[in-house]
Design a protein around this ligand. Structure first.
Ligand code: FDA
Length: 313
């Protein structure tokens, strides 16, 4: 019930300003975000790896409106990559990228190319550095208007880096069709329910329908030849994934679970102990507002946690 209004607020600049300035916000944000600096991020990544978890790192940012911002985000990823290499935590890690942060929606890039081509070029710079360091790149999926451009970037990157991954949202009505092209060898798909405020002309908006669509998509991925990544905290989806993988004759190293940093950490550990690969999506950086409000929208208890913290300060 609260999901849509919270997601709508996430787009308001004045609310962003207000919430970001509240002193209490930072403590609550710390539950979902590794920190604002590279050393804080390295500490978290090191600890997670020590606990047997794999990592996909996100330098927070989205909806870039200037070339300077897109350049800064690209540089931020390269700086993080370098620091993770120095700290010896880069091998086997992934870097999750939002193409809107790299300039996808800009009218034009610095060389007059389209924003989408410019963002693809920036993603390629990150991919070159990541693959040279023994890591991988994964494209996050943003709202439905970006899906075609993001799939196009994926195709371009995969011609040089065949296992670049992509997030696919079960809630979108187009997803079964998109998956047809994404189940071949080397295809790494993170299946998520979808975090954006979508109209019912393009998406399932009833949570039960989203769950059913998730299971159908999961079945397609598990029966395909790629590497499915089950991006969910939902106990039902987690159990169904395990069963579908077994039905498809998959070994535990041919697919993985993914969860967000700070959400159900005990479940992450339980799955690791059961022999599963679990990858944690770890965001860091100063531009945490959009990410944070999507986490509040997903779960009313998170909003209550946020509101209650005002009473304790
Ligand atoms: P659901 O929301 O139904 O929650 C099931 C249960 O999980 C809850 O009852 C609760 O126990 C727990 N839970 C879920 N969310 C929680 C929260 N915020 N805080 C605390 N507990 C929570 N989306 C997108 O559109 N594009 C993307 O690229 C990505 N990328 C991505 C990566 C990874 C690794 C994950 C796990 C998720 C994403 N998402 C995403 C977000 C995704 O679309 C979805 O919004 C959330 O994962 C919430 O959906 P669940 O499947 O977890 O189930």
């Amino acid at each position: 019930m609260l999901r849509k209004p919270i997601l709508a607020l996430s787009a308001s600049n004045s609310v962003r300003e207000l919430v970001s300035r509240l002193p209490v916000t930072r403590d609550v944000v710390a539950r979902f975000v590794a920190g604002e600096t590279v050393p804080e991020m390295i500490d978290v990544v090191t600890r997670l790896q020590h606990d047997g978890l794999a990592v996909t790192a996100d330098f927070l940012g989205e909806d870039t409106t200037t070339i300077a911002q897109a350049e800064a985000t690209t540089a931020g990823y390269l700086e993080l990559l370098d620091a993770m290499q120095q700290a010896d935590v880069v091998a086997g890690s992934e870097f999750s990228i939002k193409l809107s942060a790299l300039g996808q929606a800009l009218a034009a890039g610095p060389g007059g190319q389209s924003g989408a081509d410019y963002a693809t070029g920036n993603a390629r710079r990150i991919a070159e550095a990541a693959y040279a360091a023994g890591a991988r790149v994964h494209l996050d999926m943003e709202d439905h208007r970006t899906v075609d451009a993001t799939l196009n970037t994926l195709a371009q990157l995969r011609s040089d880096f065949p296992d670049v991954g992509i997030a696919i949202q079960a809630m979108l009505l187009r997803t079964p069709k998109d998956l047809v092209e994404l189940t071949g060898p080397g295809s790494r798909v993170r299946l998520v329910k979808g975090a954006y405020n979508e109209p019912d002309s393009v998406a399932h908006t009833d949570p039960q329908q989203v769950d059913l669509a998730y299971v159908r998509a999961l079945k397609t991925l598990m029966n395909g030849q790629g590497y499915p990544m089950v991006g969910s905290h939902d106990p039902t989806m987690i159990a169904i994934a395990d069963r579908l993988a077994a039905d498809a004759g998959r070994s535990k190293n041919s697919w993985e679970y993914q969860m967000l940093y700070g959400i159900r950490p005990a479940e992450q550990q339980r799955l690791v102990a059961a022999g599963h690969t679990v990858r944690v999506y770890v965001p860091y950086g100063q531009d945490w507002y959009g990410y944070f409000t999507r986490r509040l929208a997903e779960r009313p208890a998170n909003l209550m946690f946020f509101l209650r913290s005002f009473g304790t300060k």
